[in-house]
Design a protein around this ligand. Structure first.
Ligand code: F3S
Length: 65
């Protein structure tokens, strides 16, 4: 599973990292540290990644093929 973090939509809500810290990291300003990039979800953390994705208020996280 891969997810893309939209660099325009991420507004630093931080819910992704609270719900799935193994998948989503925040930078020093509270934004997703991987915005603008596609990241590989570690094996076994797909459900956590999906939970963080669903709970982003800006819909900044999207699954990619
Ligand atoms: Fe950004 Fe959404 Fe996470 S706004 S910090 S990707 S909850």
């Amino acid at each position: 599973m891969k997810v893309e973090i939209d660099d325009q939509l991420c507004s630093g809500h931080g819910r992704c990292s609270i719900l799935a810290p193994e998948v989503y990291r925040l930078d020093d300003n509270g934004y997703n540290a991987d915005r603008g990039q596609i990241i590989d979800v570690p094996a076994g953390y797909e459900a956590a990644a999906a939970l963080g994705m669903r709970n982003c208020p800006e819909a900044a996280i999207n699954a990619v093929d």
